[in-house]
Design a protein around this ligand. Structure first.
Ligand code: ADP
Length: 264
C-alpha cells in the first residue's frame, strides 16, 4: 500500500529547562497549560514546536479586548444567500483533537472564560449554544494560553478561578549562552556579534522597571541580528530594532545609545 505521509517541519526551539517534558506530560494527561512570561521570549515558538513535534493541528488566536466567545466558537455567516455555520478556531481544535493556543488570554472579553471553564476541568466539553451541540474534546485536544504578568494593569489580571485551572510554566528571557545560540540560529550572525547583542540585552534588562516598562525581548534581538547579518551598520540596526521600539523618550533613547556604544 502506498501511504502518503505528510512530513511536517518542526520549527526550531531551544529549550531552556524541562518545558518540553512538562508540555508533553500535560498533553498526554489532557491538562490545560498556561505560559507566563514577557513578550517575545519564545512562548509562541515553543507551542509551534511542540505542536509539530506531537503532530497535532495548532490553532493560534491572538486575543484582544474585543475578542468574544463567538470569535472562538464560531458563528452563522451568510454565504451566497444561505446561512451557514462556520466553526471558530477553538471549535476546530476541539473537533480535530488539536491544540488551541490563546495568546494573551487576559485581553479577551469576559464571556470567553465562561467557555473555557468546562473545557479546562474534567468535563472537557465545549457547548455551542447557537447550534445546540455539546462536544466532548478528544483525548489529544489541549488548551494552551499565554499571559504576561509584567503588564501593570490591575484590571487585566487573570482571575484565580481561571488560573487555577491551568498547569503553569514560567518563561523568561533565556540565559546568555542559550540566547546567543537562538540568535545565531535565527539570524545567521557569528558568535561574536550575537554575543554582543546578548550582552547589550543584559544591560538593558537591568534598566527595566526604572526607565523602561519592559526589557528588550529576544524577538527584538532577532530583528537587530537579522538587519546586521544582512549588512546594515550596527548603529542603524540597533536604532530601528532596539532603541526606537523600546522608548519614545529622548533621554532614555540617548541612555540606550550610550549603553550600546559600550558594548559594540
Ligand atoms: P512570545 O510568544 O513569547 O511573545 P515568540 O515565541 O514569538 O515570543 O518569540 C519571538 C522570537 O524569538 C521567535 O520568533 C524566535 O525567533 C525567537 N526565540 C525566542 N526564544 C526562542 C527559543 N527558546 N528558541 C528559538 N527561538 C526563540
Amino acid at each position: 500500500m502506498n501511504a502518503f505521509v505528510q512530513v511536517r517541519e518542526v520549527p526550531f526551539y531551544q529549550p531552556t529547562a524541562d518545558e518540553c517534558a512538562v508540555f508533553e506530560a500535560a498533553q498526554a494527561k489532557g491538562l490545560p497549560l498556561l505560559l507566563k512570561g514577557p513578550t517575545g521570549c519564545g512562548k509562541t515558538r515553543f507551542v509551534e514546536h511542540m505542536a509539530a513535534r506531537l503532530n497535532l493541528p495548532l490553532y493560534t488566536v491572538a486575543c484582544h479586548d474585543d475578542l468574544s466567545a463567538a470569535d472562538l466558537i464560531g458563528r452563522y455567516l451568510l454565504k451566497g444567500g444561505e446561512t451557514v455555520w462556520v466553526d471558530g478556531p477553538l471549535t476546530r481544535a476541539v473537533r480535530e483533537g488539536g491544540i488551541c493556543y490563546l495568546d494573551e488570554v487576559v485581553e479577551a472579553r469576559k464571556d470567553v472564560t465562561v467557555v473555557l471553564h468546562p473545557l479546562t476541568d474534567d468535563r472537557r466539553r465545549l457547548f455551542i449554544d447557537r447550534t445546540g451541540e455539546d462536544l466532548a474534546a478528544p483525548a489529544s485536544f489541549m488548551l494552551v494560553a499565554s499571559y504576561n504578568p509584567g503588564y501593570q494593569n490591575i484590571l487585566k489580571k487573570l482571575k484565580p478561578s481561571t488560573r487555577q485551572r491551568f498547569l503553569s510554566l514560567g518563561f523568561d528571557f533565556p540565559e546568555p549562552e542559550i540566547e546567543t545560540r537562538v540568535l545565531k540560529h535565527e539570524t545567521g550572525l557569528d558568535d561574536r556579534r550575537a554575543g554582543a547583542l546578548v550582552r547589550l540585552a543584559g544591560h538593558i534588562r537591568k534598566l527595566s522597571g526604572m526607565d523602561l516598562e519592559e526589557g528588550v525581548s529576544t524577538r527584538l534581538l532577532v530583528y537587530a541580528g537579522s538587519l546586521i547579518a544582512a549588512g546594515m551598520a550596527v548603529e542603524r540596526a540597533l536604532e530601528a530594532a532596539v532603541i526606537e521600539p523600546l522608548s519614545d523618550d529622548a533621554d532614555t533613547q540617548q541612555a540606550l545609545r550610550d549603553l550600546a556604544a559600550t558594548v559594540f
